[in-house]
Design a protein around this ligand. Structure first.
Ligand SMILES: C[S@@+](CC[C@H](N)C(=O)[O-])C[C@H]1O[C@@H](n2cnc3c(N)ncnc32)[C@H](O)[C@@H]1O
Length: 275
């Protein structure tokens, strides 16, 4: 389970530090998400859980006459996003919980977008109802999220290295895999007043390491980001050594053409505001 308080604290700090490598890990997905987002005209965009801002900035560049607002709960990530956005005058990054955040007077997004930022709401129906309420009639919703954990080999392999067992008590609890089941997500969106809900599966390689020492790049990445980071930091020295050995071995087995990549599986979900 990943809660908002973790994003405002330790997890957000790590992601802010590691934004280049987290953007890289989504590389095989981002173009597909952008294609879906830009498949119809848009003028006002809200990027939910914008993090370090890559998707907001790409959309702002794709349509310089559009206004893009990235909303996030993490000040650390917003600070990175603002730095990256210096010079882009059609994008703003604002602090807020997207399940309650209100657009400015007279503003209403015609596109609500998110790259893996919508699976952390404790009350998802209420959150998506709220997003519907701030959107323009006919607005589009376009987001990505991981499919189920068992389809995401990167997570399964990390779990087996950690020896922590693969199934959390509630697979729908807020966290990276909370939106893995399409029927469940469709039900949330429909109850929240969204229609024409469509799911496209995207399989891609999550790049974990590359460069002169791709293996160490991948090891250090997983020590900062994702399920291994916390588990390893809480181990005693002997257990940590054994786990690090297994982690290196597993990652080494995934080397391809000078890079370490692990199979990842996401949905791109699209929907329309029901009027
Ligand atoms: C997996 S990260 C994705 C970040 C970014 N969209 C990207 O693709 O790099 C999830 C993001 O959602 C943000 N987040 C979590 N709960 C949120 C909420 N209720 N409102 C706004 N942002 C939230 C986190 O702070 C984090 O930046």
């Amino acid at each position: 389970m990943t809660q908002k308080s973790e994003w405002t604290g330790r997890v957000g700090e790590s992601w802010a530090h590691e934004w280049r490598r987290t953007d890289r890990s989504f590389g095989g997905l981002t173009d597909r998400l952008l294609q879906a987002a830009t498949s119809s005209p848009f003028n006002q965009v809200v990027d939910v859980g914008c993090g370090a801002g890559e998707v907001s900035l790409l959309l702002a560049a794709a349509n310089p006459s559009a206004r893009v607002t990235g909303v996030d709960v993490s000040e650390n990530l917003l600070a990175v996003a603002r730095l990256r956005g210096e010079g882009a005058d059609n994008v703003a990054f604002v602090l807020g919980d997207a399940s309650q955040w209100e657009a400015g007077e007279g503003e209403a997004p015609d596109l609500i977008v998110s790259r893996h930022g919508v699976m952390f709401f404790p009350e998802p129906v209420t959150a998506f109802e709220h997003l519907r309420s701030i959107a323009r009639p006919g607005a589009r919703l376009v987001f990505s999220c991981f499919r189920e954990r068992r389809d995401n080999q990167w997570a399964e392999q990390l779990t087996s290295v950690l020896g922590t067992g693969s199934s959390p008590a509630d697979p729908r609890a807020p966290g990276p895999f909370a939106f893995g089941e399409a029927d469940y997500v469709e039900d949330i969106l429909t109850r929240a007043g969204w229609t024409d809900v469509h799911f496209s599966p995207v399989d891609y390689e999550m790049v974990a390491g590359e460069g002169t020492d791709a293996l160490e790049d991948a090891v250090s990445y997983f020590l900062r980001i994702g399920p291994a980071a916390r588990a390893i930091s809480e181990m005693d020295a002997a257990e940590r050594d054994r786990t690090m050995g297994r982690l290196r071995e597993m990652l080494y087995a995934q080397s391809k053409e000078g890079r370490i990549t692990l199979p990842a599986a996401s949905w791109i979900v699209t929907a329309k505001r029901a009027d």
